[in-house]
Design a protein around this ligand. Structure first.
Ligand code: HEM
Length: 505
């Protein structure tokens, strides 16, 4: 007897859902615009079951089938996928309504204060804080020689370690690089530097990244079906992620409290200090820098910088090492350019960059081929909009298929090959920047760390390969170019052997 009743309930729910969808379209002032094409999905769950373990594979198949702009439904969320670099630039640059960010339920550091930090905030609150962050990061060193000195301090420590381990297999490359890389950023944020062997920072960083990797494995179910966290909190990885968020929150709040105790208006030594000074000036409750919310915004922003700033460049560099081991002729050419410019009797500096077209082309080819953020970061339409004659309803998500854009043979020709020369002029002498390369996404919300990431990747790559020839461990397994499950598109673990190229001084 129960079955027919359940059947009637489900059928009624589906009918109501269907009618509501039709009604929403009619009510919208965009009713006369074209509908974006896309694959059919099931009621209520949409296309979610079609995504599989590596959602980008499916998005890429659909990009081939439906063209540069199509839509899918994930649960009841409409997602617009843009698979063309010109359209991606246009939509993320021109109209500010597309600068919103989806609300990812359960992913906030402060569950009772959602939408804080640089990544999750939007509207005027985001704009004011982003402008402040960019100005301060620039003043504290992004793109300056003071930042280069901080990065080089870490590079040198790493080179010493590689020297000690010469000839032995070195694994855990991504983790090792992650810790070194986060240190330079952490110094300008908090004036603290951690020893590479300090277990506290490495544990905090590794744990939160591992828990994100676990949570984002298997098609990021928690994003599209957030209620799952109540039903399978362990299995979905939600509990593990929350534990890491709490650990990080204690660490960041402790650091901010120490800064408050030692605060001296006349000596603002790092980002936390200048933020606290701004808070002290804010007496109006409506100010974005006022009170507890602002202090939490500071902690959430630091977490974002930590997460976005360490593993992204470390993952890109660990891909770079793989490509250079798989393509020894590229490694040789890179080393030759380094020697031509520095004579190999001094380290490579950011000021050498304009004279190193081949190196720049290698870095761009690594960013293109690895596409560590294959689906970019989703934006949210903050109002009904029109794009290319299509209707984009309020709250739709917009996501670029960066992997497809970076591997489209119509743009790149032999797109699957690793070939740095594609970023060089015909005579091989000039580096040519391509607008089709968008690893940091584009437009109004473009990655705030692009300058730092490019400097970091350049300094690590050139200074490691100046000192060492690098090969896969001949006794180990050579990694494929397949990606492992996780937050970033990361390579399989691998081991390399370093051999010194230069006489010791
Ligand atoms: C190879 C390295 C990196 C890659 C590929 C990368 C990629 C990206 C992408 C695709 C976005 C999304 C932009 C958008 O929503 O339109 C982003 C945002 C962001 N990135 Fe990066 N990133 C890298 C390094 C960094 C570094 C070093 C930092 C920190 C200093 C950083 C901090 C951020 C932040 C805070 C955002 C959010 C910006 C906002 O929402 O306004 N990233 N990044």
């Amino acid at each position: 007897m129960a079955f027919p009743l359940i059947g009637v309930v489900i059928a009624s729910a589906l009918l109501i859902w269907y009618l509501l969808q039709g009604r929403k379209k009619k009510d919208s002032k965009l009713g006369n615009l074209k509908e974006i094409p896309g694959p059919r999905g099931l009621p209520l769950i949409g296309n979610i079951l079609q995504l599989g373990t590596f959602p980008n594979d499916q998005f890429t198949k659909w990009s081939k089938e439906y063209g540069p702009i199509y839509k899918v439904h994930l649960g009841n969320q409409m997602v617009v996928i843009v698979s063309d670099p010109k359209l991606s630039k246009e939509i993320f640059t021109n109209d500010p309504i597309y600068t919103g960010r989806p609300y990812f339920e359960g992913f906030d550091m402060y569950l009772d204060h959602p939408g804080l930090g640089m990544f999750a905030s939007e509207g005027e609150y985001w704009e004011v804080h982003r402008r402040f962050l960019l100005r301060q990061l620039r003043d504290f060193g992004f793109g300056k020689s003071s930042m280069e000195a901080l990065i080089m301090e870490e590079v040198n420590e790493l080179l010493e370690r590689f020297t000690k381990e010469e000839g032995k297999p070195i694994g855990q490359m991504r983790e090792t690089l992650r810790l070194a890389i986060v240190n330079a950023l952490w110094t300008i944020l908090s004036s603290q530097r951690f020893n590479h062997d300090d277990p506290k920072l490495s544990q905090l960083t590794d744990n939160i990244i591992k828990s994100f990797d676990i949570t984002f494995s298997g098609g990021s179910l928690l994003i599209f079906l957030p209620w799952l966290r109540h039903i399978i909190p362990e299995y979905s990885g939600y509990n593990a992620m929350r534990k890491e968020f709490d650990g990080f929150k204690d660490f960041l709040e402790g650091t901010i409290n120490n800064h408050k105790k030692e605060f001296k208006e006349e000596n603002l030594k790092d980002f936390i200090d200048v933020y606290l000074a701004e808070m002290n000036k804010a007496t109006d409750e409506k100010s974005p820098f006022y009170g507890t919310k602002a202090e939490r915004q500071l902690a959430a922003t630091m977490l974002d910088l930590f997460l976005a700033g360490s593993d992204s460049s470390a993952t890109t560099l660990s891909w770079a090492i793989i490509y250079l081991c798989k393509n020894p002729e590229v490694q040789k050419k890179l080393q030759k350019e380094i020697e031509d410019i520095t004579g190999n009797d001094r380290p490579v500096s950011v000021s050498d960059r304009p004279n190193m077209p081949y190196t720049l082309s290698v870095i761009d080819e690594v960013l293109r081929h690895s596409s560590i953020v294959p689906d970019g970061a989703q934006h949210r339409a903050m109002a009904d909009g029109e794009f290319q004659g299509y209707r984009i309803p309020k709250d739709a998500w917009i996501q670029p298929n960066l992997f497809f854009i970076h591997r489209d043979p119509k743009i790149w020709g032999d797109a699957d090959n690793f070939r740095p020369e594609r970023f060089l002029s015909q005579d091989g002498k000039k580096y040519i920047k391509s607008e089709n390369l968008q690893p940091f996404q584009v437009g109004r919300r473009v990655c705030v760390g692009e300058t730092l990431a490019r400097d970091t990747i350049f300094l690590y790559l050139t200074n490691i390969f100046q000192k060492f020839d690098v090969k896969f461990d001949p006794k180990g397994k050579e990694p494929s170019l397949e990606t492992i499950l996780g937050f970033f598109r990361a390579p399989e673990p691998y081991e390399v052997v370093m051999k010194k190229r230069l006489p010791s001084k």
